[in-house]
Write a protein that binds this ligand. Sequence first.
Ligand code: NAG
Ligand code: NAG
Length: 799
Amino acid sequence: MKRQVLLLISLFGIISVTGQVSYSIPEELPKGSFVGDLAQDLGLDVKRLKSGKARIYVADSADYIELNREKGVLLVKDKIDRELLCAQTAPCALHLQVILENPMEFYSINVEIKDVNDNAPMFKRGEMQFRISESAVTGTAFLLEQAIDLDVGKNGLQSYMLKPTDNFALKLHNQADGSKMVEMVLQKPLDREQQSNLLLELTAVDGGEPQLSGAVQIHITVLDSNDNAPVFTQRTYKSTLRENSLSGMVVVTVSATDLDEGSNGKISYSVLNSVDDASDIFDIHGETGEVKLVGNADFEKKRQYQIYVRASDEGGLTDTTKIIVEILDTNDNEPAINVMSKSNVVAENIKPGTVVTIVNIQDLDAGENGKVNCDINKNVPFSVSSTSNNFFSITTDSDLDRERSSEYNITVTCSDEGVPSLSSSVTLTLQISDVNDNAPVFERSSYEAYIVENNTPGLSIFTVKATDADWNQNARVSYILEDSSINGVPVSSYVSVSADSGAIHAVRSFDFEQIKDFQFLVKAQDGGSPPLSSNVTVKILIQDQNDNPPQVLYPVQTGGSVVAEMVPRSADVGYLVTKVVAVDVDSGQNAWLSYKLQKATDRALFEVGLQNGEIRTVRQVTDKDAIKQRLAVIVEDNGQPSRSATVIVNVAVADSFPEVLSEFTDLIHDKEYNDNLTFYLVLALAVVSFLFITCVVVIISVKIYRWRQSRILYQSNLPVIPYYPPRYSDTLGTGTLQHVYNYEVCRTTDSRKSDCKFGRAGSQNVLIMDPSSTGTMQRIQSEKSILDEPDSPIEVGLF
Ligand SMILES: *[C@@H]1O[C@H](CO)[C@@H](O)[C@H](O)[C@H]1NC(C)=O
Ligand SMILES: *[C@@H]1O[C@H](CO)[C@@H](O)[C@H](O)[C@H]1NC(C)=O
C-alpha cells in the first residue's frame, strides 16, 4: 500500500530532504505486517539502503514501524492502537524519518494510521436513575449521559436509541465540538398509579462496520402527585335504625379509596350537614368511616336522616356521599287525650245517646303503635265510640237524673295496639245540671195539729215542711194557703201560712166550744219555671181547755123560790132523794164531773153519789130529824185546775106537804112569782121534750136497724172501763182527746151500764128523763155519733 504523496527534499545543512513518502495502514496490524515498499517508493536501490545504513528515526518514543533494509520495506514493529496513539485526533499519522548515510540522505515518511472500528460506544456508568413526578408535563426534557466511542469518524458514535418509547422520546443536540447532547423528552404523562417504576434502555451506536453499540439502563421512579381524589365505594348508603337506640351504635360504615399514596392517599371522613340536626345525632369516625349514633334518634321528630359525608385526602381532594338512615318506629309514645269540650255540665233531661263530649287522641307513633282504641269505666251511664279519625265521642247510655247522681267521673282510657301496648287515661268530671223535674213533697201525706183553745192570735201552731229534690231555685219551696172556707168563713181568717218557713199561725183565738177542728190545703210550690207544686191536707184540732165551770141544771137555783125534795119519814136506807144534774160545756176530763157533799144539816143522813150526783139517805129517817134539811153539793170537773159549782138542795123530811109548808113559810111570799115562772118552764120543757123524744124515736128506729146488723162487732169491742165513758178510755189510749159535742150530760152509774141523762130545766115535778132502758153504752155511742153532728137538730142548747 504505497502512497507517495509528495517527495520533499529539504536541506538542513548537510541533510538534504530528498522526498516524502506517505503510507496508510489500518491500526491493529499484527507485528511484521507490511506497511510500504520504501525502496521502491523512494527510488532507492536496496543496496543503497544497506550501504547507507538506512535507519528510521522517530522523534518520540513511539516505535511502531521498522525498516527491513534487506527488502527495503517498512514493516509493523509493534501493534499500533490508533486510539492510544492519537485518541480522537484524526487523521492519525506516524511521522518517520529515514536517514541514510554516505551521503546523508533524509527522507520523511508519514504513515497514516487508519481507524478500525474496534471500540464500541460506551457509557461511563452502568445505569441512570431518575425520579420524575407524575405531574411532570409533556415536553419536559431530561439530560442523559452521553456515550463515548473511542473510534473516530465513521466508527465513532453515531446515534442513540431509547426503548421503550411509551412516554419518552430522544432528542439530540449537536454540540459545537461535534459531540451530541442527548435528552429524553416526556411525550406522554406519567401515571404513578399505573406504573410507578419505568425501566428504559438507552443504546448508543457507532457507524462502523459491523456496527457496535453500547447500552445503559435508565431507571425512572415516578413520584406521586395528588392527582386522584378519594372515591366512595357507594354513591349512596342506606341503613335503618330503630329509634331510641343506644348512643354509640354503629349505623353504617362508609369507605372511600384514594389511588394516591402517602398523604395524598390518606383519607379522613367528616359529616357535612350543617343545617339540620343530623350532625348532632350522628358522628363519623375520621379514619374508619364508622358512622355512630351519638344523639337520640326520635322517629316522631324525624323519620329519615340524610347524612352527607365527605372524604378528603391530605392534598385537599374530596368526595362526598350520602347516607340515608331510615328511623324505625318503636312504641314509645302513649296516646295523648285531649278533651275538646270546654263545658263539663249537661242538663239532666238530655236524651239517651246525646254526645256529652268529644275527645281527640294523638299517638305520635306510626302503624300499629299509633292505632288507638278508647274505653271508659263501666259504672257510669256513658259509652264511648269512635266518630272519625282520632276522635271519640262520649254519649249517654240512659236517662240521667241529677237527683240520683249529680256528677260523674268518666275515666277515658286509651291504649294503642303496639306490643307492649301503651295507654293513658283522663278523668272528666261531668256535672249534671238541674231541671225542675221534681215537685215539692210534703214530709207527711197529711198533717194533724192540735191547738189549745183560747190561744193568742198569731200563735205558731206548727210547721209543714216540703222538700224538693231539685236544686237551688228549682228546690226553693214556697208555702201557699189554698183558698177555702170553713163554715162560710175564709180559711185565711183562721190560719196563715208563712211562705218561706211553712209555719202555720193561728189568726184568731179559737174556742173549742165553737169549733173543734177544721182542715185546709197548703200548697208547696217550687221556684222552677214552670213551677211544680203539691198540696197537703192540714187538719187543725182545737183542744179543750177547762174554761167552763160545771153548770147545775137541777135543782134549779132560782133567786126567790125554794125547791125542796120531799123525803117521807118512812124512807128506807138508800132512798133516792134527788139527783143533782150538772153539765160542763168543756169536754173530756174537763167535763167529767164529780159530786160531793160539801155541807149538810145532818151529814149522817145523806150521801151524794160521787159520779152520779144521786142524793140518797144513808140511814133510816127518824122523827128526830129536822124537817128542813139543807145540803150544799159541790160539783167539780176534772180539769186542771178544776172548776166547780155549788148547788144548794133543800130537803124536806116530812110525810105531808103542809108540814113542809110550815117549815118553808119564809119562801111563800114568792109563790105568785114562782107560779108564773113554773108555768113557763113547764111549757118550755114540754115543747122541748116533745121535740127531743120525737127525734130520739126516729133516730133510734134507724139505729136499731143498723145496730142489729153490726151487733156482734159492737159486742166484741165492749170496753170494760170503770167510771169513764168508753170514748174517754179511747182518748186516754191515744193521748188525744176525741171530740165531745154539745151540751150533753153523760154519766156512768155503773161499770157495765151507763145512763145518759139529758137534763132539762123544768118544773120541780119533772126530775129526770131517764132513757136507761135503751141499752148499753155502745148503743148510746152509736146514737151519739149522729147526735154529735154539729148541725144536728138534736143539739141541746144551754137553756
Ligand atoms: C269524682 O272525683 C272527685 C275527685 O277525685 C271526687 O271528689 C268525687 O267524689 C268523685 N265523684 C264521683 C261521683 O265519684
Ligand atoms: C191537691 O193535690 C192533688 C193531687 O195530689 C190534686 O188532685 C188536687 O187537685 C190538688 N188540689 C188543689 C186544690 O190543688
